[in-house]
Design a protein around this ligand. Sequence first.
Ligand code: ADP
Length: 331
Amino acid sequence: MPESSAPLIRFEGVTKRFADGTVAVGRLDLDVREHELLTLVGPSGSGKSTLLRMVNRLVEPTGGRVLLDGADVAGQDPVRLRRGIGYVIQNVGLFPHRTVAQNVATVPGLLEWDRRRTDERVSELLTMVGLDPAVYGRRYPHELSGGQRQRVGVARALAANPRVLLMDEPFGAVDPEGRRALQTEFRRIHDELGTTVLLVTHDIDEAVLLGDRVAVLSQGGRLEQVDAPVTVLTRPATPFVETFIGDSSVRLLSLARLGAQDVTPSAADAARSAPAVRLGDPLDRAFSALTASPEGVVPVVGADGGTVGALTLSGFHAALRRAAAAAAERR
Ligand code: ADP
């Protein structure tokens, strides 16, 4: 994934007060960095969808500004704006009388891509989301499972290579088993494409599994915390966040164990001075050791006490993702 910290989307003191007086989002400041996958998580009614929908102007703010690549979206033609922004919602809303291939080709069609380029792109995307284009391209949405329809929704949203992808509970309607597969695959797709993604979910485990960073919202569209998943779980910034994550952090950090796949063998030398952690240690122990190490790297020993490598923050994140995936599977 390309590294960059420039904000691609910036919410600047954004407020949305609906006509009936409901404040859905209250003076919120938030940056979404280019190439990151930022999850917006919070209970129902905390303004997540409203915030998301202000990016593509399905909702207009009543205060503040939403900047896309530095330009206020309020000054942009909504139709053109939306062509450059992928949008995936629960139950996708595929066109029922168009085939899967035609659905995926929607935006390239609007952009008047030629036939060959469009066909190639459709095949590439269906393959990427795990659907054989030769088999599924000619099917109609009603001939697919819920999970397959959601895959087509993702392919359609990515078709014209948007810089931004907005996803509103994209996996919410998929059965738990299919959801788990979709989450893992989507994370892989994101790592591959580096599209900037803003994803809404009410599920803290999903937020932690998918997000490079997690933004936690409470009622009134108040931003409680925005941080890396591990920080949200281990250092909740407010009592609200602490309650909202509930036993999620305990479950993840004390039940999950450090595995060989999380260890970087080549980093062992850098970690000589710190006290070691052991393969199989609970993640909360590994995390304490990691935060206590000035270099942010700790040696890892195997069952026989021999050094097998080192744990870095990115290894820890990988371990946390596995743990979140396992937690999602158990539910
Ligand atoms: P979330 O996505 O976190 O569930 P929403 O953004 O959908 O929350 O809604 C935030 C708040 O705004 C809720 O109280 C909701 O009832 C209210 N709301 C959403 N849309 C409208 C609307 N069109 N008119 C009035 N209130 C609305």
